[in-house]
Write a new protein. Structure first.
Length: 726
């Protein structure tokens, strides 16, 4: 047993022995807090050597910052077991392990250390701990210290959550060593006192022998690297080399098949949700609505991204700060469609900056830009990094690469170079991009650190939990459900009213179809045949479907970004149903007016009007379902005839249902045209009241089924999108 020394120091005689480290009280070196396994590691003390072996612990064991299965220890080595750190001192007489917390010096900022019984935490200055960051709610959480072991943290319904040891909590008792994360800030409980770490919203990223597979295909393998806080990192490589996959792996967006990624020493596979809100993504494609102005774009995105308790003045201030930083202030009232390519990219980039993420991943943002704009953007990215943000930039170009702190060159899924731009030029012996790419193809992969290769492969499965399993990310609590619907509906109405061409086509459908019907059926006749009512049934269903069939497919990439920051899938689906059903009602009403003006025998009474509007709304639901289940707009348009042709064949106009094939008769019950046409027929030829018909139940069930299918399609598409590698 250790000699009686201070509790953070353990001294053992230098004799042949095996020492245990872990959470079990019987261990020679006891551990507490996050990441401590019951039997975490063992230290073997031999006559001429001292070594450590990991005991398949959950968080792993690190020596001098590198994950190991086994490694030799030297005087001055640093052991990390979970999040506990020990400095090793070895002399001829004793082996000494001294526990410590690694503190980074800070000249201008002092961390909060509180021992009060009740400590309020939030963005508002009245809190005991004020955290002035866009990801922190005004009154975010409360820490209560009422005596061990009754220390606790309580979240107050914050937007971005309170995390203890990487898991989102509502209320949680704390133990010594537990890590509490609020926005980008981290605290730990030390001897009953809540202490803030000194990383101050700065993240160090480390990767050790990470790999990613899709099926049996290896996308990246055996990649080890380190990225310091505030570094501007360019990830180079030919198309398909694995650049974006590596960036997504480093930011926790795709599961690993092996290896580990650490953020400030905390494993991403455990803390992925806690860090997710501090990671921003800017895609190559400008995901912007062309009809909105710059200010309108920033305003709606700030509502979704900033804490829901943010005041209007805080929204305006944050938008002004981002627009000033990106030199967009003079363009506030310009529509996105009227901006140049560089200006639109700045707006797209600015959306991610609204929440001030610590790590920003830029996927080919320089593609298609001329050298002048490339230079301006690289200088902008450099300025952002100087503020403490870390930027990962995937690119094909070497222009202005000297502004980067580090270059990672990826080829065939392996890291073949890691270093500064000057080191890259010396390594490849050229500044010509084609030469660098050619030499990179034959370059050897950067070997993993030697200490991580002692013993067995650290990237294998441990404790039965494979690294390849997907992580369920915490979803921010954005603004209220009703406010989301109001925002989405208002946005689409604005877009529709400003898209004059699309609006004109929608409005022209009704009179054009009515005129075509007038060319087929005699307008002056006092009798309209059954085929006329069949035609208007199919026409209103078709108009509703054509209005909505492109909608979800064409804007999915845009709303996918909004789902990540808290947009509700239910609110999104309901807003589409509301907008297009109302639009269908308006269009059907206009169609009915046109029919009444052209055909003397057509009576636009309440019954005919209601049935026309209901059929058009049902067609809109049908179109939304097709759109939700289609990968893109072209596929949705291609599927539309496949879905709508059965409305004609199985409506009952071509063949009576009792003479139809059994399969066709059964399938006809799944068409909207059957109950709609049936009700028109019964009203016009059998003088039955619309309200007394049993076809309403069939139409209601069909519409309910379409709504369920729509939400299922949105959810399925969201799951597929989330698992897709880019």
């Amino acid at each position: 047993m250790p000699q009686p020394t201070p509790p953070s120091q353990y001294v053992f005689p230098r004799t042949r022995r095996v020492l245990t480290i872990g959470r079990d009280p019987d261990c020679d070196v006891p551990l507490k807090g996050i990441g401590a396994s019951r039997r975490h590691a063992i230290i073997r003390v031999e006559e001429n050597s001292v070594s450590i072996e990991d005991c398949r612990s959950t968080f792993g064991t690190r020596v001098n910052g590198k994950p190991v299965e086994s490694a030799d220890l030297e005087d001055g080595s640093v052991i990390t077991a979970g999040v506990a750190k020990f400095k090793v001192q070895i002399d001829k007489k004793d082996l000494t392990l001294t526990q410590f917390r690694e503190e980074e010096p800070s000249a201008d900022r002092t961390p909060h250390n509180h021992t009060s019984a009740t400590v309020t935490i939030g963005r508002d200055p009245s809190n005991a701990i004020c955290l002035p960051h866009p990801l922190v709610s005004r009154f975010h959480a409360t820490f209560r210290a009422t005596g061990a072991p009754r220390h606790s943290i309580e979240d107050h319904g914050s937007t971005n959550g309170t995390f203890v040891n990487g898991a989102a909590v509502r209320s949680r008792l704390l133990d010594d060593g537990d890590v509490v994360q609020i926005g980008p800030y981290r605290f730990f409980l030390d001897d009953g006192s809540l202490k803030q770490t000194q990383d101050f919203n700065r993240i160090r990223i480390e990767a050790f022998t990470i790999g990613v597979k899709r099926g049996k295909t290896s996308l990246i393998s055996e990649v080890s690297l380190s990225i310091e806080p505030g570094e501007f990192v360019a990830i180079l490589g030919p198309s398909g080399a694995g650049k974006s996959t590596l960036a997504h792996a480093l930011t926790g967006q795709i599961p690993l098949s092996g290896g580990d990624v650490f953020y400030n020493g905390l494993p991403m596979r455990k803390f992925c949700s806690a860090f997710n809100s501090t990671i921003g993504f800017v895609s190559q494609q400008n995901l912007l609505r062309q009809e909105l102005t710059v200010v309108e774009t920033f305003t709606e995105q700030s509502i979704l991204r900033l804490p829901r308790d943010s005041l209007p003045a805080e929204h305006r201030e944050r938008i002004r700060d981002v627009m000033d930083l990106l030199d967009l202030s003079a363009l506030g009232n310009r529509r996105i469609g009227g901006l140049s390519g560089g200006e639109a990219k700045r707006v797209h980039f600015g959306i991610e900056l609204l929440s001030s993420p610590t790590v920003i991943f830029l996927d080919e943002p320089l593609a298609g830009l001329d050298p002048g704009l490339t230079h301006k953007f690289m200088e902008l990215f450099r300025a952002i990094c100087n503020r403490g943000h870390t930027i990962l930039l995937t690119t094909h170009t070497l222009e202005q690469i000297e502004l980067c702190n580090k270059v990672l060159f990826v080829s065939h899924g392996r890291l073949v170079f890691s270093g500064t731009p000057d080191e890259m030029r010396r390594n490849f012996g050229s500044v010509v991009l084609a030469d660098v790419y050619e030499k990179a193809r034959s370059a050897q992969a950067v070997p993993p650190p030697p200490s991580s290769r002692n013993g067995s492969n650290h990237g294998e499965k441990k404790n039965g939990a494979g690294y390849a399993e997907a992580v369920r990310l915490y979803k921010p609590k954005s603004v209220s459900f009703l406010r989301q619907i109001k925002l989405l509906v208002g946005r689409y109405v604005t877009v529709l009213l400003r898209d004059v061409r699309t609006l004109g086509i929608m409005l022209l459908q009704a009179p054009l179809i009515a005129v075509l019907l007038a060319l087929v059926f005699k307008p002056e006749s006092n009798f309209l045949p059954l085929s006329f009512y069949f035609c208007i049934s199919i026409s209103v269903i078709w108009m509703g479907g054509m209005n909505s069939v492109r909608e979800i497919a064409r804007e999915w990439d845009l709303v996918e970004r909004e789902f990540r920051v808290g947009l509700s899938k239910t609110a999104y689906g309901l807003s589409k149903i509301l907008v297009f059903c109302v639009l269908g009602v308006i269009q059907a009403g206009f169609f009915g007016v046109c029919l009444r003006g052209l055909f003397a025998a057509f009576h636009l009474d309440v019954s005919n009007g209601v049935l026309l509007c209901t059929a058009c709304a049902a067609g809109s639901l049908l179109g939304l379902c097709v759109s939700a289940l289609s990968r893109n707009v072209n596929m949705a348009i291609s599927f539309l005839p496949i879905v709508f042709i059965p409305q004609i064949f199985l409506s009952g106009i071509l063949m009576p249902f009792d003479e139809m094939a059994v399969a066709g008769n059964l399938l006809s019950h799944l068409t909207v045209a059957r109950p709609v046409f049936s009700m028109f027929k019964k009203m016009s030829f059998f003088d039955q009241s619309l309200w007394a018909q049993d076809d309403w139940l069939a139409l209601f069930l069909l519409c309910a089924g379409l709504i369920i299918l729509l939400f299922a399609g949105i959810r399925f598409r969201r799951l597929v999108q989330g698992s897709r590698l880019t």
